[in-house]
Write a protein that binds this ligand. Structure first.
Ligand SMILES: N[C@H](CCC[C@H](N)C(=O)O)C(=O)O
Length: 302
């Protein structure tokens, strides 16, 4: 039995759990345990799939989860990893070098493996929305904020920020700052992510442009906390920078764990290109398996 295939992209790590290889029972408790870096295998999240045996020409569905057990609408890094998993598991000309579609709860994404050996993958991340209702974002009074969530004043712990919110399958809040740092992300990230004005919580990006085509970014994710890189976040920040007039159609997003190339077409379609690699293939040891079985039994008894 192969319980997990572990991948990483710029230090953002996910476990592919493929139901064709394991009897792992998905539940928030089981996900939290497996993702726990001390008691479990350790990961920022889980990519569970394919949900059905993949066939050429048919979108391949998967479910994505954050390490806290919550649903993770769409992970840019995760989709690149899952594409590489398919390339390894389903070698065939419909995967290698061709475009195929990954289906997530937040919509379909076209992916293309540019170089399987180097782990280079391109993903179409869609056309993001700046509509406050899509994020969703509320006013200070708790009523829906109407209109576009661009240059919105946000008070965090008495500090006055100006943020731009983006929905691209996940909610994101982009904060332009003079100096992004892990310290800043760790200090303000959790407060913005769980701010009462974001009823679905939000991922948070602290960004600074270096000229018009390079961005420095620090990310704090809802559901996983501080991460060294995030694909969906890189896309959201690039779209926000474009909206704010800070960049053009192509930007290199540099995060502490590594870089990604983001392009934005004239009509707003976002394409992400980056690397990912497999780091381990493994099975749960009996003790972990017993704990997982107990969680499943306790859940069934509730
Ligand atoms: N925590 C996020 C998604 C993680 C996406 C990220 N890791 C990526 O690479 O895109 C959420 O629930 O909205």
């Amino acid at each position: 039995m192969i319980d997990f295939f572990k991948y990483q992209a710029a230090g953002n790590d996910y476990l592919v759990i493929d139901p064709r290889h394991t009897d792992f029972a998905v539940s928030p408790e089981a996900i939290r345990l497996v993702c726990d870096r001390r008691r479990g295998v350790g990961a920022d999240g889980i990519l569970y799939g394919p949900l059905e045996q993949p066939r050429a020409g048919v979108p391949v569905a998967l479910s994505l989860y954050n390490s806290d057990g919550s649903d993770c609408g769409r992970s840019g890094n995760g989709l690149r990893m899952f594409a590489l998993h398919l390339a390894a598991q389903e070698p065939g000309d419909w995967v290698d070098g061709r475009e195929f579609t990954l289906r997530t709860a937040a919509g379909d994404c076209p992916v293309r493996i540019l170089d399987a050996a180097a782990g280079r993958v391109q993903v179409g991340m869609g056309r993001p929305s700046f509509d406050a209702a899509d994020v969703p974002l509320l006013t200070e009074d708790g009523t829906p904020y109407s209109g576009r969530a661009v240059r919105v004043p946000l008070t965090v712990d008495g500090e006055q920020l100006t943020v731009t919110c983006v929905y691209n399958g996940n909610p994101h809040t982009v904060v332009p700052v003079d100096q992004p740092s892990p310290h800043l992300a760790g200090r303000l990230g959790p407060k913005i992510a769980r701010h009462v004005r974001f009823p679905e919580a939000t991922n948070v990006q602290f960004m600074r442009m270096r000229g018009r085509d390079v961005m420095e970014l620090e990310v704090f994710e809802r559901g996983a906390g501080y991460v060294t890189a995030s694909g969906a976040s890189a896309c959201a920040a690039a779209s926000a920078a474009r909206e704010l007039g800070l960049c053009d159609g192509r930007v290199e997003v540099r995060m502490p764990g590594g870089s990604m190339e983001i392009t934005i077409s004239a009509d707003g379609w976002v394409t992400m290109t980056g690397d990912a690699e497999q780091v381990a293939v493994g099975s749960f040891a009996p003790a972990l398996r017993t704990r997982l079985d107990r969680l499943t039994t306790a859940r069934a008894a509730r």
